[in-house]
Design a protein around this ligand. Structure first.
Ligand code: ASP
Length: 585
């Protein structure tokens, strides 16, 4: 269809031009004998004016009709400063009604009144909203920059199978039944992990893929059953090589999308230090309020709670919030106490407040003057400061105070939000994590991650204290990627399987082909999987993953638009050799 330009691009200097435009009717107003229509296309909105002679032709036109118009751009008498095209309008002299539309079941305005469920049901209409379109365009830009950046560095994009063997990323697999081999199943890949390592064994040296991953998990706000990773793997490098590749890529993406200059190198913090200082492995570094270990101030304390804690090898930790004392009433502090008791298993939360140079709070009575003075000095407490204190097992103290640190930062509004990106690498993650449910140690990342060389001899004797060469890149409290340097030695790989309780037979059955491949000159290698949705969310400034996915599911894994997952005919199941024993929905 003929069109001379896009609606949102017209400006004052276009006045006098004859243009042909296409688009959807966003709004119509009648003013006496004149009709005004806002015509929307992907680029934006422009106001059309129909004089008396033309008004008749659009008398039946309603919202979301598709029009093609020709007219002259002219300056408006009253400019609309809220619209990019607000200085001009198009005086229409020819109009074609290309298509009509029913009244929409959802409200398309920016501050839409429609519920998210209704919008998801009519996702193809919701996609007409400017903000959603901008997010998809942003996502596209990120992919374009990633492809160009990695291509320039010699990375080759290789597609790997979607119908695959299970990959152990720690989630449940989506299974696909085989028709030809009844009773056999493919698993949709939780990530291309095994394939990308095989590509390294296959001599590709530098691989990437914008890869779809599938994990059958109970969803949280920032998860979808299928998601996309910018998946990268490279041979003959180490952490420095991988980090440099990712840092350069991130710099290009933030420059290209946000015109924002990231620093050349991101800081690196080990997992242990991260937990100690921030109580989280994905700390938000846009604000301070670090956890302080004040256990040593109470070595000789008479206060029974603290004394017991120290005797039981516990920790007394504190976090200070400046200028916050007057904002937290007794009731508000009780709420915080409930939050750490229920969410983080802390036994209690104590607090101290400073006003006019005097301390008040739940532990002023039991502490000696000397102890109080020591706390004030160690934390540099000033008037109106609030200090939250927890005495418990070290991990409980750290995670509770870490969560309070984030919660209060939001409540107190101390996070500088606009264009502020604080990246860090978290390194040396624990190799194993204990599953209470299964009563055994499992891989904390995935079982192909290399242990730190100096910890290899602890694999069986002290698994809790084996660190790995796994790392995460964190930005503003979000985990942007995970990755690791991999095991490239068959013996070590077998030992790690054994350490997580996988028998030789089981390992052979599940990953035999993979283990065999290790016999044939496997190069040292490592890589990352960057969460594309997470990255786009940060760039778009949204914390709803559905804002950056064209056709998302609900939190309960339903596609409300197509009503997937759906049932299938008995004949279809028969050829697959499947019988349904119970149907929940
Ligand atoms: N496959 C890993 C993941 O999905 C990423 C990696 O180790 O490269 O987390």
């Amino acid at each position: 269809m003929e069109r001379t330009c896009e609606n949102g691009t017209l400006r004052a200097q276009d006045a006098g031009r004859t243009v042909t435009l296409v688009g959807w009717v966003a709004k119509r107003r009648n003013l006496g004998s004149l009709v005004f229509i806002d015509l929307r296309d992907r680029s934006g909105i422009v106001q059309l004016t129909f004089d008396e002679t033309m008004a008749e032709k659009v008398k039946d036109v309603r919202n979301e009709y598709v029009l093609q118009v020709t007219g002259t751009v002219q300056k408006r008498k009253d400019a609309n400063p809220n619209l990019a095209t607000g200085e001009i309008e198009v005086l229409v002299n020819k109009v074609t009604i290309v298509n009509t539309s029913d009244v929409l079941p959802i409200d398309l305005s920016d501050d839409t009144t429609s519920s998210e469920d209704t919008r998801l049901k009519y996702r193809y209409l919701d996609l007409r909203r400017h903000s959603l379109q901008q997010n998809l365009i942003l996502r596209h830009k990120v992919c374009m920059i990633a492809r160009n950046n990695l291509d320039k560095k010699g990375f080759v994009e290789v597609e790997t199978p979607i119908l695959a063997k299970p990959t152990p990323e720690g989630a449940r697999d989506y299974l696909v039944p085989s028709r030809i081999y009844n009773g056999h199943f493919w698993a949709l890949p939780q990530s291309p992990q095994i394939y990308k390592q095989l590509l390294m064994i296959g001599g590709m040296e530098k691989y990437f893929q914008i890869a779809r991953c599938f994990r059958d998990e109970d969803l949280r706000a920032d998860r979808q059953p299928e998601f996309t990773q910018i998946d990268i793997e490279m041979s003959f490098g180490d952490e420095d090589t991988v980090f440099a590749t990712v840092e350069d890529l991130m710099k290009d993406i933030f420059k290209g999308v946000k015109n924002y200059d990231l620093e050349d190198h991101f800081i690196r913090i080990t997992w242990n230090e991260c937990m100690r200082r921030f109580g989280s492995d994905k700390p938000d570094l846009r604000f301070g309020n670090e956890i302080q270990d004040i256990t040593d101030l109470f070595n000789d304390t008479e206060f029974a709670v603290f004394k017991n804690t120290i005797e039981n090898k516990g920790m007394i930790g504190a976090v200070k919030f400046e200028n916050a004392a007057d904002k937290y009433s007794r009731k508000a502090l009780d709420k915080l106490q409930d939050f750490v008791k229920h969410g983080f298993k802390a036994k209690a939360l104590a607090y101290l407040k400073m006003a006019d140079g005097t301390l008040s709070g739940s532990i002023v009575k039991p502490l000696s003057d000397g102890e109080k003075a020591a706390v004030v000095e160690r934390l540099g407490m000033k008037d109106n400061d609030l200090v939250l204190v927890i005495a418990d097992k070290p991990r409980v103290v750290e995670t509770s105070l870490g969560a309070l640190r984030v919660r209060l930062a939001h409540e107190l509004n101390i996070i500088p939000k606009e264009n502020n990106y604080k990246f860090l690498w978290v390194t040396d993650f624990p190799m194993f994590e204990y599953s209470e449910e299964e009563q055994r140690w499992g891989a904390a990342h995935h079982p192909f991650t290399a242990p730190k060389e100096e910890d290899v001899d602890k694999l069986f004797t002290d698994p809790e204290h084996v660190s790995s060469r796994a790392y995460d890149l964190v930005c503003n409290g979000y985990e942007l990627l995970s990755g690791s340097i991999r095991i490239h030695d068959q013996d070590l790989q077998e030992k790690v399987f054994e350490a997580i309780g996988m028998t030789k037979e089981k390992a052979q059955e599940r990953f035999g082909f993979f283990l065999d491949a290790f016999k044939f000159g496997t190069p040292p290698h490592g890589g990352v999987g960057i969460g594309l949705e997470r990255l786009t969310m940060i760039l778009a400034g949204t914390d709803n993953i559905r804002d950056v996915v064209a056709f998302p599911t609900t939190n309960s894994s339903l596609d409300l638009m197509s009503e997937a997952p759906g049932t299938v005919d008995k004949e279809q199941l028969d050829v697959l050799g499947i019988e349904i024993s119970a149907r929940e929905r």
